[in-house]
Design a protein around this ligand. Structure first.
Ligand SMILES: CC(=O)SCCNC(=O)CCNC(=O)[C@H](O)C(C)(C)COP(=O)(O)OP(=O)(O)OC[C@H]1O[C@@H](n2cnc3c(N)ncnc32)[C@H](O)[C@@H]1OP(=O)(O)O
Ligand SMILES: CC(C)C(=O)C(=O)O
Ligand SMILES: [Mg+2]
Length: 519
């Protein structure tokens, strides 16, 4: 693993263990279940990325989950492989059996400790829960050396009782103590204070690793995890893309990048190679079918995209103006300056140059104006749209007959009629004509203003880019008196593109005819 992309590479900083639970808590999102092969593929990537602990599933849940955890354990090399189990003997046995083949197996067992969970869900009193903690952790410790114990709903648990449970878990052999904010109820100051208070009050707190497991019901999962870290947590439980029960878990990519970008105030080290983050996000999205929201931190489509002119200008001058991390650090190829109606001239010029067009002065201003007009009418302006627009402008220079305005009556009510205004040799001319369809009407109106012998040999329409607001590119070929001329034009309105393409060809036709006459 390279060190240059790790969250930090200063060995003097406290090490934070990254515990990925995408395949356990993440899989608990309705609709996110994964097949054995998908889990194996993801586990391979997580291990290459440097995840310390992979929670691969809940072995007692089904034969399929048991098989997936077993297979991941068998193929694992460096990561700790863990399964989750209730405090019941059968769950713990199944879990121990599933992780057995891992180079570094862990059993993670839990029970609820909050009054509401104990009373209504478990229907157990505190003493019975306390007894279950001791029994379950001891049983797990007889199977493996690495046992994590979680107090489900810890943040709504009465403090003294939580201390008793944790004390019992440590005394029974737990090596990691996890403090879940199961329902995403806590906020950073409160969660940080809880961790600090637990570590200060529990006699053997220094014998275990403290872990945070935060849910995102109030959008605070990452903030709470970081607050836990500042107060002594050294393992963070998180998921790729923040997948997980309800609103999800803390997002792995956000936790890791927060440490990497803000090493000044979050002085911790992880072994995650951050250049894998985009790939991991895409893989989880593909496997689960859950799209990543466009503005998702770190891995969203827009995380390194800029459309507004002032930001684009800043980015062209120095990327630090609007980006706090480099796209390649998270595995994104490069920043994108997206062209749209808010883009400015500097970004437009840069885009043209990147496509091989070097235009300046009036030509650039004209092209920019036409681009803005197009962007006002069209949601996404693609590179091909800009190429079509500039090509058309270049072709239009020096033309005798210029397009001015078009109005067309089409549809079933007819008659299909076109009214057109052209500027011919500097003089504005108008005509109206009917046709067998709107395109025919447009061409007839042009023929009335510029009578000619050429016949229309070819008329083709195709969309430059996708979507119902795509630009249409129309190609036409005129042929007459052994002179052939082709024309091409693009516009979101197919009829306007047709008129312009016809005129493009007609201009060439007329020039060639005049040249032949003069010769
Ligand atoms: C906060 C979390 O993320 S917790 C983890 C959630 N994950 C899962 O639930 C994994 C998938 N679950 C399953 O496949 C099933 O629920 C199983 C196999 C675990 C249990 O299935 P069933 O035996 O049919 O029980 P069911 O799901 O209906 O109810 C859960 C039972 O477990 C009990 N229980 C819940 N948590 C625990 C615990 N930590 N320790 C002991 N018992 C528990 C409940 O009180 C309930 O008991 P009851 O049947 O006596 O009322
Ligand atoms: C089982 C535990 C760790 C959990 O997922 C939670 O409490 O949210
Ligand atoms: Mg959870």
């Amino acid at each position: 693993m390279t060190s240059k992309n790790t969250a930090a590479n200063d060995a003097t900083k406290p090490r934070i263990l990254i515990f990925d639970t995408t395949m356990r808590d993440g899989e608990q999102s309705p609709g996110a279940s994964m097949t054995l092969n998908e889990k194996l593929e993801l586990a391979t990537l997580l291990e290459s990325m440097g995840v310390d602990i992979i929670e691969a599933g809940f072995p007692a849940a089904s034969e399929g989950d048991f098989a997936a955890v077993s297979a991941i354990a068998a193929q694992s090399k460096s990561a700790v492989i863990c399964g989750l189990s209730r405090s019941t003997p059968n769950d713990i046995d199944r879990c121990g059996e599933a992780v057995r083949k891992a180079a570094r197996p862990r059993i993670h067992t839990f029970i609820s400790t909050s009054p509401v969970h104990m009373k209504h869900k478990l229907k157990m009193g505190p003493n019975a829960v306390l007894e279950a903690v001791g029994r379950s952790v001891s049983q797990a410790r007889n199977l493996v050396d690495d046992v994590e114990w979680s107090a489900e709903d810890a943040t709504r648990t009465e403090f003294d009782f939580l201390c008793k449970c944790i004390d019992t878990a440590i005394a029974s052999g737990a090596t990691t103590i996890n403090v879940p904010d199961t329902v995403g109820y806590s906020h950073p100051d409160e969660y940080g204070a809880l961790i600090r208070r637990l570590i200060e009050n529990i006699p053997n707190s220094d014998k275990v690793i403290w872990s945070a497991h935060c849910h995102n019901d109030l959008g605070l999962a990452v903030a709470n995890s970081l607050a836990g870290m500042a107060n002594g947590v050294r393992q963070i439980e998180c998921t790729i893309n923040g997948l997980g029960e309800r609103a999800g878990n803390a997002a792995l990519e956000e936790i890791v990048m927060a440490m990497k970008v803000r090493g000044d105030t979050l002085p911790y080290e992880t072994h995650i190679d951050t250049s894998y983050l985009a790939r991991a996000s895409a893989m989880v999205s593909r496997i689960t079918g859950f799209p990543v929201q466009y503005n998702k931190a770190i891995v969203g489509k827009n995380a390194f995209a800029h459309e507004s002119g002032i930001h684009q200008d800043g980015m062209l001058k120095n990327s630090e103006t609007y980006e706090i991390m480099k796209p390649e650090d998270v595995g994104v190829a490069k920043t994108s300056l997206v062209m749209g109606k808010l883009s400015g001239r500097n970004a437009f010029r840069d885009k043209l140059e990147s496509m091989g067009y070097f235009i300046e002065g009036d030509a650039l201003n004209d092209a920019f104006k036409r681009f803005k007009d197009l962007a006002d009418r069209k949601k996404h302006v693609f590179d091909d749209d800009i190429i079509a627009l500039v090509d058309e402008q270049l072709a239009a220079e020096g033309e005798r007959i210029a397009f001015k305005r078009l109005r067309v009556v089409a549809g079933t009510e007819g008659p299909q009629t076109a009214e057109i205004d052209l500027v011919i040799d500097g003089e504005e001319k108008y005509s109206i004509a009917r046709g067998n369809g709107p395109v025919d009407a447009v061409f007839n109106a042009i023929r009335q203003l510029v009578p000619h012998q050429a016949i229309l040999e070819l008329y083709q329409v195709h969309a430059v880019t996708g979507g119902t607001d795509a630009q249409a590119t129309v190609s036409v070929r005129l042929n007459g008196d052994d002179i052939m001329a082709t024309g091409r034009s693009s516009d979101p309105d197919t009829l306007v593109a047709s008129a312009k393409a016809y005129l493009h060809a007609l201009n060439k036709f007329e020039v060639r005819k005049a040249k032949r006459k003069a010769a």
